[in-house]
Design a protein around this ligand. Sequence first.
Ligand code: G3P
Ligand code: MG
Length: 427
Amino acid sequence: MAPAYGGSVPMRRIMKPAAAMEVARYNLEDALSDHSASSELYPTLSRELSREMSRDSRVTDKYAFAFDIDGVLIRGGRPIPEAIEAMKVLNGKNPYGIKIPYIFVTNGGGKTEQERCVQLSKQLELEVSPGQFICGHTPMREMVAQYKTVLVVGGEGEKCRHVAESYGFKDIVTPGDIIKDNPHTTPFRSLTEQELENSKLRNYGKVKIEAILVFADSRDWAGDQQIILDLLTSKGGYLGTRSENFDEGPPLFFAHNDIIWSAQHDHTRLGMGALRLSLEAMYHGITGKKLEATSFGKPQIGTFEFATRLLQQWRKENSGIDAPPETVYFVGDTPESDIRGSNLFNEHSANEWYSILVRTGVYDEGTTPKFTPKATCDNVLQAVLHAIEREKNKDTLKWRDEVSSQQEALRSTHSVDWAAKGSMIST
Ligand code: G3P
Ligand code: MG
């Protein structure tokens, strides 16, 4: 049976266009009707077929999407209108009836992935699972093994403490805890009743803080920076101490490095990357030294490697697809993080990462993005349709190539026959 399918082309590839897939499926079913005999004959084929039979064949295994959130799907907490439509297209509402797997990769954070997915499900009017979601601090959960006592900075109220608890960090300190212990830490800022109630009283002079984790945008730039600088210039992470050489403090980690992001305001707002710039300036001002710190999030390769693993797992669990997609379409609004990251990862990755920039967020129409996207679209819906068309064109081209190569093969076999026949006739 196999040669009929052009042997060299892996079976699954032939199955793409729905019609051809059905034909191939029937032929294979025929071929394999006597399952026991044929499964010995074609072990991989029958395994492939039973898996194909078991999975929803409308789900394409050839490409997938990774979506940024702020400025692409959501703006200032509200869904961007085309985003809801785009989700419907991905779930089969398109001319080809195909479903396309997708994940979400945001630098935002400040609440648990579970809580963020519940919120996103409401905003996008469809279920979003933590199994398809990464936020800026998600990869930081892997530092639980390294650090016991950590200072967690940013976000609303106690939310970041809950995120750290959900990751398994054993001993979590917040700026509020430190101010409660020593109100003179922030001369112009005292805790609200609620903050006092939430904060944990301890003698922090006796607590060794092993790492500083900035999980989300700071709600108190002055207080948070004062406390971070107190620790960076401390002796070994003990508050109230001062290092002579200023390099005995705990390491500093940021969930991302976005200097600006697109919120409800017409113009971009300052982000966590701006807090880092401010800290770098003050640290240098105080110590004369350059501040060393590590950022997660996009454009870091680590985040795209994490996204690749998550996408692989999601497609496997959700659609029974094992092999990596040929192409991942990354749709973002920030050239410095989304486009730069997916272009960089495209150079490293075995499969193609195709960056699409949309005009609904940070990117300002008429300006030249610092990092060049593969395509620029008005909004996420146009981006999804652009990718689907591109894949269809790729398919058509591939079919054309296959048909012409098969025609070529046929022509050459027949010309050999005719030639042989010709020579036979001549004698
Ligand atoms: O604070 C988050 C913001 O900087 C960007 O979020 O979803 O565009 O990566 P996002
Ligand atoms: Mg964005």
